[in-house]
Design a protein around this ligand. Structure first.
Ligand code: ARG
Length: 457
């Protein structure tokens, strides 16, 4: 195929150089956005009388046909093309002749690629938002069902205090709500139109950038043409947001892996999301959760790759920037599949209430409650803390737990202790009393579920 830019040179390049230079393998996926952008551009050119209305109509008809044919598969993208922009323009000119050559008036691939990337990422961000909302809903449903399931809450991965499982699941919903907030905010800075910046300096044609941006559903136009073609902040912002989102999914994955280990056995992942071993017949591995944890590193890498690409670039466009899409598309694809995978795993996992309870019954996670009980009897907290600690040490030696230690033994350690101590250290009572705002009491968990449902609807 002859190069559209042949002129200054004969356009004859090494095959290896063509392959090296080509980005169509990566940017072909933006064909819809590219054509949408070109239709808006032709419309603006026609309205501003930069090209005739006949040419405008021919271009729009031609582009619509190409879009249709690409969607149905009648037209195949040529992998030998330099990029999606060149491919569409070439086909348009083949199909409609001279008028096709007028589409690129008052435009450069520099502002075109910046526009296409923004349009594409806006669509993808919407898709990610939907998937994140879905996961948040699945987690909330499971939390609602597990409002009274007691298990140990951990700090330093040591049993700390009793909580209910719904509370733990809702903590992840809160993270997702912040992720959603960040993604929505990122859209604001992405929906700024660079088109009309042209190569770098703007144009001599009487274009109407506002009108073109409006046609594309963009909120505003960028104010400086050099910035318009050079800015990739919107991609870096999305990559940052996705890195944080993946970090959240990775932490949840880590917990799923732990919880489904034989040592914990708090949950059992559905067979649909686990694999076996090729040699050990007893194995049920949580590969999907491990892959989410693993792929999180890839997404961080995508962010680092683009930050590094951008850091030394002089204004305005440099070909280095063609590398941007491979990173950001990889991150988008990864986040989408991981969100779906996580929703599937959470929605189908079996919760082992009995094992959670058993873990909560050992480890003295109600020791804080014993101290609080003694504070109620008039002791200062520090003294109460020491007595509770001594009681735990005593139980440790005798093999008792706070729930079973005889009252005489309690009294030997501290005469202020009465029979109502058993109510104080009862696990269900322990969680029910934590009614502070955001606490683990089932009533508080219910309140959290109500707030979350309102925010998600
Ligand atoms: N394929 C290029 C990219 O993705 C399009 C812009 C090329 N512009 C240029 N002046 N060579 O960045």
């Amino acid at each position: 195929m002859a190069k559209l830019w042949a002129g200054r040179t004969d356009g004859v390049t090494e095959r290896l150089a063509d392959d090296f230079n080509s980005s169509i393998r990566i940017d072909a996926r933006m064909f819809e956005q590219d054509i949408r952008g070109s239709i808006a551009h032709a419309t603006m050119l026609g309205a501003q009388k930069i090209i005739s209305s006949e040419d405008t109509d021919a271009i729009i008809r031609g582009l619509s046909g190409i879009l249709e044919d690409l969607k149905t598969g009648t037209l195949k993208i040529d992998p030998a093309s330099e990029d999606i922009h060149m491919f569409v323009e070439q086909i348009l000119t083949e199909r409609i002749g001279e008028a096709g050559k007028k589409l690129h008036t008052a435009r450069s691939r520099n502002d075109q690629v910046a526009l296409d990337s923004r349009l594409y990422l806006l669509d993808e961000t919407d898709a990610i938002i939907e998937k994140a909302k879905n996961l948040a809903k699945v987690l909330t449903d499971r939390a609602e069902e597990q409002q009274t399931t007691v298990l140990p809450g951990y700090t330093h991965l040591q049993r700390a205090q009793p909580i209910v499982f719904g509370h733990q699941l809702l903590a992840y919903v809160m993270m997702l709500l912040r992720d959603l907030d960040r993604l929505n905010d990122c859209k604001k800075r992405t929906a700024v139109s660079p088109i009309g910046s042209c190569a770098l300096a703007g144009t001599t044609y009487p274009t109407d950038r506002e009108a073109e941006a409006n046609l594309l559903g963009m909120d505003s136009v960028c104010l400086n043409s050099l910035d318009g073609v050079s800015d990739r902040d919107f991609m870096l912002e999305l990559l940052s947001d996705l890195s944080i989102l993946m970090m959240h999914l990775s932490r949840l994955s880590e917990e799923l892996i732990l919880w489904s280990s034989w040592e914990f056995r708090f949950v059992e992942l559905s067979d649909a999301y686990t694999t076996g071993s090729s040699i050990m017949p007893q194995k049920k591995n949580s590969d999907m959760a491990e892959l989410i944890r693993g792929k999180t590193g890839r997404v961080y890498g995508d962010l680092m790759a683009l930050l590094t690409t951008m850091k030394g670039l002089p204004l305005a466009y440099n070909k280095d920037m063609q590398e941007d899409k491979e990173s950001v598309f990889d991150a988008v694809d990864t986040a989408k599949i991981c969100l779906d995978m996580m929703a599937g795993m959470i929605g189908t996992m079996k919760v082992n209430r009995k094992n959670m309870r058993r873990a909560a019954e050992t480890g003295f996670i109600n020791a804080t409650d014993l101290a609080d009980y003694l504070v109620g009897k008039g002791l200062p907290f520090r003294t109460a803390y020491q007595i509770a600690g001594k009681t735990v040490a005593h139980c440790h030696d005798t093999g008792e737990v706070l729930e079973t230690l005889p009252i005489e033994e309690y009294r030997k350690i501290c005469p202020q202790i009465d029979a109502d101590v058993y109510q104080a250290v009862d696990l269900d009572a322990c969680v029910s009393r934590r009614q502070s705002f955001g606490g683990t009491a089932p009533s508080s968990v219910e309140q959290q579920i109500r707030s979350v449902r309102k925010l998600l609807s």
